[in-house]
Design a protein around this ligand. Structure first.
Ligand code: SF4
Length: 374
């Protein structure tokens, strides 16, 4: 049971954790045991039904995973019906994450009939040789067909692509991005292969059986992404995200602006300005807790003033519009002044109308650079 009281509008995140198999690089809270689906969906609806009051209008909904597109229409509809008790009339964006192998001739239209307005398609690469080490189930044609179907359906269509893949070069990456943008895709989320957690791919790389591009090569791929996206009219609006004007992800902007959201399902996170909490990441535990009428929350933190300020700066600087200079100086005026001066001199920051923001080159190093501020 959760009561959300906040002065702002609200986003809803729903985690649909099922995948046909686990990709070799996947660190997410998922399950490949599809027999659990009926029980999981019952729990999900029950968790949504347990919310006592949401006194703010919901303006974004995000079905993330896992592979939401793998779920049956009936299961997706049961979750949508449960959410409708919050009043979804003001929803401006409803995203569904999808994988290419789940598209057929009418899937986009059926998702749209639930209220979905935006598809996020997990393409990652259009090259079989790059997809194979990842354990992905689709190939080039399937990915292009899915992106084409998304665009043709009239839904806003975003693609996820990854740089730093085994065997990838700036040219092969460009040959992933260009054909997708040629189809009219209006949004790209660009991820750098990040194997922080223990995964089969990380073990293979550590054992020397697979090699990945070095830092300079990844930087070259990132610069290529900025260049190719710009040539198709997609503006970089966040360190990893590019969009045609009007195609920016409203739900993800919510995370970067520190606006409230409520998460449901396995491992789902919720946030309301001063407090952040998350459900259990273990599916058996999540379902047992919900079934016994207990809260599935397994983590909760209350942020201090200092932590909130740091978050505002860290997340604000991830966005292309950056932050007002005064806000950056809030933590430590002298350190911030020297940091900005050094950044402008070295070409990783620029100043504009009293705001400071990363340049495209600076974005690549932004996590390490921002850490110097704290
Ligand atoms: S499809 Fe996505 S969520 Fe599912 S296993 Fe692969 S990377 Fe993980």
């Amino acid at each position: 049971m959760t009561i959300v009281e906040t002065a702002k509008s609200l986003g809803m995140y729903v985690h649909l954790p099922f995948c046909r198999r686990r990709c070799s690089y996947c660190p997410f809270a998922i399950s490949v045991d599809l027999r659990l689906e009926p029980r999981y969906f019952e729990c999900l609806v029950r968790e949504i039904d347990s919310v006592v009051a949401v006194p703010r209008r919901v303006d974004t909904v995000y079905f993330g995973g896992g592979t939401p597109s793998l779920s049956s229409f009936e299961n997706l509809r049961s979750v949508s019906r449960a959410l409708s008790r919050f009043g979804l009339d003001s929803v401006r964006e409803w995203t569904l994450e999808s994988n290419p192998e789940d598209f057929n001739s009418d899937s986009a239209a059926r998702w749209a009939s639930l209220g979905v307005t935006r598809l996020s398609v997990g393409v990652q690469s259009l090259h079989e040789a790059e997809l194979r080490p990842l354990g992905r189930l689709h190939g080039r044609d399937g990915a292009l067909d899915a992106a084409r179907a998304g665009v043709a359906s009239g839904l806003k269509t975003s693609v996820d692509v990854i740089i730093g893949l085994p065997g990838q070069s700036p040219e092969s990456f460009s040959d992933t991005l260009r054909p997708l943008l040629d189809l009219g895709v209006g949004h790209v989320s660009l991820y750098i292969l990040d194997l922080d957690e223990e995964t089969p791919l990380r073990r293979r790389i550590a054992a020397g059986r697979v090699s990945v591009p070095d830092e300079d090569a990844v930087a070259g791929q990132y610069e290529k992404a900025v260049e190719v996206c710009a040539s198709f009219g997609l503006r970089q609006y966040e360190v990893s995200n590019f969009a045609r004007p009007g195609d920016e992800s409203l739900h993800n902007l919510r995370y970067w602006k520190r606006e409230p959201y409520l998460g449901f399902g396995l491992g789902a996170h919720s946030f309301e300005g001063e407090r952040r909490w998350a459900n259990s990441r273990e599916i058996g535990e999540y379902m047992s807790l919900v079934e016994s009428g207990s809260s599935p929350v397994s983590f909760e933190e209350r942020l201090s003033d200092e932590e909130r300020r740091e978050e505002r700066i860290f997340l604000g600087l991830r966005r292309a519009e950056g932050l007002p200079d005064a806000e950056i100086r809030e933590l430590s005026p002298d350190r911030a002044e020297a940091w900005v001066a050094r950044g402008v001199e070295n070409g990783w920051l620029h100043r504009n109308g009293g705001r400071t923001a990363f340049t495209a080159r600076g974005f690549l190093l932004s996590s390490a650079l921002i850490a110097e501020l704290f």
